[in-house]
Design a protein. Sequence first.
Lengths: 235, 302
Amino acid sequence: MTVLVLEGLSVRYGAVEAVRDLSLEVKPGEIVGLIGPNGAGKSSTLHAIMGAAPVAGGNVSLGGSSLVGRRSEDVARSGIALVPEGRRIFGELSVEENLRLGLAARRSRTGADAAIERAYELFPIVRDFRGRAAGALSGGQQQQLAIARALVAEPDVLLLDEPSLGLAPKIVDVVFDALTAIRDAGLAVLLVEQRAQRTVALADRSHVLANGELRLTLGPGDADDTEKLVGAYFS
Amino acid sequence: MTLAVLNISYQTLADALALGGIYALMAVGIGLVFGVLRLVNFAYGQLVMAGAFALALASEWNWPVWAGILLCFAVVLALSVLMDRLVFRPLRTQSPAVMLVATFAVAFLLQSIALLWFGSLGKIAASLAPLNRPWQISGVDIRKISIVAVLVAAACLVLLQLLLERTSVGLQMRAASMDFRTARMLGVRANRVIGGAVLLSGLLAAVVAVMLTVQNPLVTPDFALRDTIVVLAGVVLGGLNRPVAATLGGFAIGFASGLLGGALPTAQSQYLPTFLFAAVILVLLVRPNGLFTRDRGSVERV
């Protein structure tokens, strides 16, 4: 089973410790939430997994083999796809070109066109705009494109960095519904979010990160327990 | 025969177009590496110089023309790859200032090696001299090389465009030049993309070496040095970080250089670079982002 495991992960930028001793795991077919206030270390965690942030201690492994020290492109090619914060779409390339870029991390030489078709089916809006410059799309459309781009690589693990940032509630619905479908298709999903309540309600379990440390783990049943949520953020 | 209005002969016009084409290729060569490495390779002219010396040696050894051209390509490509492996890649994580100084150092090193090896008098690359003879086009004599240079430059640019637009490697190179970090997180191999850019850049330098030696068969250690500086000015003028704009800048300054070179009385043509650089400075004062860019975005510091 390709389980993503973080064991005692520490991320340090020079003298600043962004993440301290974080342990969690994400199994196929589940959504794990990582929530917390700004600067809690959530993005740093995702970047450390992708080999884009300096790991000061601990381990990150996928299916048993360690990812620490590997180049970003090699991590991507081992089956982990990141949907970055702010989408990071290539605005001057067309929507279809953006999608095709995601194919770079594919592990199989065949089936690229089928993967693109599946992405179009999940996000019809991306198909509608395939010829346009990606920069012309709205924030919500770009977010869908960013997720589609990650999916065409057919990864085992999907990491999302605040996908609901700046999106209207209706579009957040679209995105979160897609995440449910992605989970049901068997992927392991690690969802970093600031929108605590929606994430806690969606995910199989949610970890609260504050000041780089894991404070609390919540289940979907805690979604309406505002006291618990607020307490976790400010403890 | 002259174009009465501007007192410029058709030969001068053809020369200007040819020089514009050659400079456009150099601009692309420099731009490709800048795009993926954010590094201006000041040693680019030395790559052309090395190719020209290869042609000169082949000429001296009485090799057939095609063999000389092959040697030229082989030398330039090998040197490009060496430059990348030994200098660019190890310094990739350093500050832009360090990388800049490094390419200056490489430029001086290569020039010094050429000086020691070939002496300051240089060598003659005579193999393609026949291209200096003219074609007759409706009563007007135009040197073959002028037309060949324009056609070759156009063909190279078209091929390059096809490569960038139609292949996955080209797509990855374009994406890497826009946002390398994100491209890598999508699985784009950094070394592959950089290697590809370096290779293409080298190929273009070799093509330029072949074409420049026709009109300037005397190859000295500072061969193409002045051309590189002019091209760099043109690239900055056009807009360094926008590929099409940079190419247009290279073409424009080459074209202007060719026209002025032909139109100015010989005694004053030594001031040509001065005129050009003065014009470049003037333009940059008015439009710091370059002539051919549309957005008034942030100016990149080089």
